[in-house]
Design a protein around this ligand. Sequence first.
Ligand code: SIN
Length: 278
Amino acid sequence: MAIEVQPSGMACGATVRGVNLRAPLRTRDIEALRAAWLDHLVLAFPDQDLDDDALERVTLAFGPFGEDPFIAPVPGRQHVLAIERRADEATPLFAEVWHSDWSFLEVPPAATLLHGRVIPPVGGDTLFANQYAAYDALDDTMKQRLQGLRGIHCAARGYAKDGLYGEKDIGRSMAIRPSDDAKQSRTHPFVHTHPETGRKCLFVNMGYTTGIEGLPADEAHDLLLAIFRHQAEERFQYRHHWSTNMLVIWDNRCVTHKATGGYDGHARLLHRTTVAGP
Ligand code: SIN
């Protein structure tokens, strides 16, 4: 079977066929998949009926497991999280703000894998935004202004005890474990050079970037708002539509993403792993 990679025609994303992810992958297949992943940033593999053993095996083909704070893994696993919502759930949608996964960690994950187990008949798409393209589209004055800046990243708004998923978030099906450890912050370069492609991209996101090191709060706020608006423009986006048994792998270093709703009255369940960065 030859691996077939079909680009989405949007700002990033491709569908991959001709590979069976349930079987152990050959070295040359892993190399081809990694190359396609670095080129297209988000790869979707339809019709991959993976259990958690297979999901872990595919994850390890991309690199060692990453750290996943604030969400307990599914029973019996250390590295598999359930992204889930009951049909009757009324809590705010999980991950509906543009973000890159765990960007507040010292070393954020290189990749995230998400496997569709229960997919609603309507809605529930995931949006991705290509941050190479968002950087490239900035004018030279803005590129110079951002060079050398460091964004402050912090998970408190989501995962602290008084955060969105904190102690007042009653009735959520996901196994979120809020903690005041989420109040810790770390900085990362605003403009990041991708360690594998050498290309520059924006590495800030509305979910976790709360300020800019060394800038007064109002100046940082204005600059961040302008960048948040820019980096999520539709011209940089790929809208991913799920089907049951579809696996998606994205490069967390150069795309941001967000969940979308539109499936009230239907359940949704995906299993997620991360690959350690950089
Ligand atoms: C996530 O950000 O991990 C979840 C995305 C989604 O539910 O579509």
